[in-house]
Design a protein around this ligand. Structure first.
Ligand code: ATP
Length: 350
């Protein structure tokens, strides 16, 4: 069992009278773990990261790093003493220093003459050794980002905090840089917290994800857990497209819906709100049969799969199929579930 590196409980922060922007936030990051804070703009991700870094003071709650209390009302360890590394969205490299000098700059605790040697070693680990004499403006965005990462990990922090570090890169570079950075972190045995509003980025980069909304964490889990087993409507909708439907449950794990009988992921009783991902539905051709028939109202070809929009018994559905299932717009179809739907909300019978 891996040890806990960072432990946060009841973390709360307001900037003014409008209420907390971080509200009773709690989570744990283990050694070697890559953790993501995912949520829409303004939900409090950066403020949470800045509280961990020591750039902000909290008004309630506690932050422990390796068992040491570093933040609580009345306790505030300075950022330098927390021994965490940072990588920001704009890379924040010093423009008048070359790559090597940028990395060496962070090695304040290392004897001066040893700094360039160590900096070169870290640049080598991030695949940037041959660019060590280049100035930041002579490097591409992805290369600058790798130098920024080298600078953050050179002092061997236990934890690296990354605020939207890939958002300045174009789609191709973003993908490859992300993979490289993940590999470097894993190889160095460092933990990291990534702040992002990009669900695909969080799903592919992190070992676990905390989904934030309105200053609070709605759910923490592995990418598979939060994607396939969302706890709330917000998580279901923020993590990708989904189909929501209401039904009445009788205590079993089956409900009768307009799609016909649908299995749900747990036994439930009363009025329920369910989510089923588009790839967990399929469509089948059928003969036109009045109200029992659905109709394809739209099609989006996405290369590896196709998204169909279907109107079925008055409800709209989104269905992802593999790209060999070809249907035409206006074709009569029926919609069928392939997997159980996930219960998001349950209200007892009135
Ligand atoms: P984004 O993805 O847009 O960066 P975020 O989830 O990281 O958003 P935060 O930057 O943490 O969100 O901001 C949360 C809320 O706190 C916002 O409403 C923001 O306007 C407010 N806020 C952040 N910093 C300050 C500040 N220094 N003074 C006043 N309000 C602030």
């Amino acid at each position: 069992m891996k040890k806990s590196l960072l432990h946060i409980s009841g973390l709360t922060k307001s900037f003014d009278q409008s209420g907390p922007v971080v509200n009773q936030v709690g989570f744990e990051v283990k050694e070697d773990e890559i953790f993501a804070l995912l949520g829409p703009s303004g939900c409090g991700k950066t403020t949470t990261l800045r509280l961990i870094a020591g750039f902000e003071h909290c008004e309630d709650g506690e932050i422990h790093i390796e068992g040491e209390l570093v933040e609580s009302p009345g306790v505030h360890l300075s950022p330098q003493k927390r021994k965490v590394g940072f990588v920001f969205q704009d890379y924040a490299l010093f423009p008048h220093m070359n790559a090597l000098e940028n990395v060496a700059f962070g090695l304040k605790e290392v004897e001066r003459k040893k700094r360039p040697v160590l900096a070169e070693e870290v640049l080598c680990r991030t695949g940037m050794e041959k660019y060590k004499h280049r100035m930041p403006d002579e490097l591409s965005g992805g290369q600058q980002q790798r130098v920024a990462l080298a600078r953050a990990i050179a002092p061997k922090p236990k934890l690296v905090l990354m605020d939207e570090p890939f958002s300045g890169l174009d789609a191709m570079l973003r993908d490859s840089t992300r993979k490289e950075v993940r590999a470097i972190l894993k190889k160095s045995g460092m933990s990291a917290i990534l702040v992002t509003h990009d669900q695909e980025e969080a799903l592919s980069f992190a070992d676990r994800i905390a989904v934030m909304n309105n200053g609070q964490i709605e759910q923490i889990g592995t990418p598979e857990e939060v994607y396939y087993h969302p706890n709330t409507q917000f998580v279901a909708q923020f993590l990708g497209r989904t189909n929501l439907f209401r039904a009445h449950a009788d205590g079993s794990d089956n409900v009768e819906t307009r799609l016909g009988p649908v299995k749900i992921n747990r036994e439930a009783e009363g009025f329920i709100l369910c989510s089923i991902r588009p790839e967990h539905l399929t469509i089948e051709r059928c003969k036109p049969n009045g109200k029992e028939t659905g109709i394809i109202t739209g099609r989006e070809f996405r290369g590896h799969d196709i998204t169909y929009h279907v109107l079925f018994k008055g409800d709209k559905y989104i269905v992802h199929t593999d790209n060999r299932l070809i249907f035409d717009v206006d074709e009569p179809v029926v919609v069928k579930p392939l997997e159980p739907a996930v219960v998001l909300e349950q209200k007892a019978n009135a």
